[in-house]
Design a protein around this ligand. Structure first.
Ligand SMILES: [Zn+2]
Length: 256
């Protein structure tokens, strides 16, 4: 399923559910639902979320920067006889990383960022550390591994619950619902999901393949159903409110 479909369906259905159960829609809740709709695919280096946060143009710039650092490092090591020959190894490694394809480079970048957060987390509290650890784990896991399981829902829900308590804003319901909806949508694909790894048992109702006609069809049906639900949750009540106001006005003034 494409990132666009996940974004619309998970966020749309979550907002409708929040409205219908009387939780209401808040801007932070909306933002969390939006991120949670794409978050499970963070272990897919070419996913929509990562393409938006780390676009290809930025990757290219980072590669050039890293290559320049690699060359500079090697030259410096040569001139200063700095930790030779190990320094040459580091220089060559830095340049070699730039030759990796964008996908692998994103993965390495994610692992590096995770490591950095983990390091900063030593002083910055458990938050940075857990996000860092999560990023590092996700960067090496196969796609639809941990993130597409019950554990993924529990970890993300738990993190959001802690944040909700700390910030005194109820965020976790929107986040957990949106995240779960992403997994439910992925259940409709040929690959399905593995809810409790390492058990190989899969949950799937194979109706579609992403990029095929079946994908186009199923994804658009899901989007349409989401729009219907949104209409029911937000527009229909508005209509009856307007009607109630109109009726009361009519009752007050219409009878004159
Ligand atoms: Zn997914």
């Amino acid at each position: 399923m494409t990132g666009r479909t996940h974004l619309i369906v998970s966020t749309g259905v979550t907002m409708s559910v929040m409205q219908l159960i009387g939780q209401g829609v808040t801007l932070p809740g909306f933002a969390v639902a939006l991120i949670s709709s794409l978050l499970p695919d963070i272990d897919e280096p070419n996913s929509l979320l990562l393409q938006k946060t780390v676009p290809n143009s930025l990757i290219l710039k980072l590669k050039w920067l890293l290559a320049a650092i690699g060359v500079g490092w090697t030259v410096y090591a040569y001139l200063q006889s700095f930790f030779l020959p190990y320094s040459y190894g580091i220089g060559i490694l830095l340049i070699a990383i730039c030759l990796a394809n964008h996908r692998l480079f994103r993965q390495l970048l994610m692992a590096a960022l995770g490591g950095l957060l983990l390091y900063l987390g030593a002083d910055g509290g458990p938050w940075l550390a857990s996000v860092g650890a999560l990023l590092m784990v996700c960067s090496v896991l196969p796609h639809r591994g941990l993130t597409h399981s019950i554990y993924g829902i529990l970890i993300w829900g738990g993190l959001l619950y802690a944040a909700s308590v700390q910030l005194a804003i109820p965020l976790w319901i929107a986040g957990a619902v949106s995240y779960t909806l992403h997994l439910l949508c992925d259940m409709l694909t040929k690959h399905g999901i593995q809810p409790i790894p390492p058990f190989k048992w899969k949950l799937r109702i194979p109706m579609m393949s992403t990029g095929k006609f079946s994908g186009f069809l199923v994804e658009n049906v899901c989007i349409t159903l989401t729009l219907v639900l949104l209409w029911n949750a937000f527009v229909t009540p508005l209509g009856s409110q307007v009607r109630a106001i109109w009726d009361s006005l009519w009752f007050q003034f219409g009878g004159m």
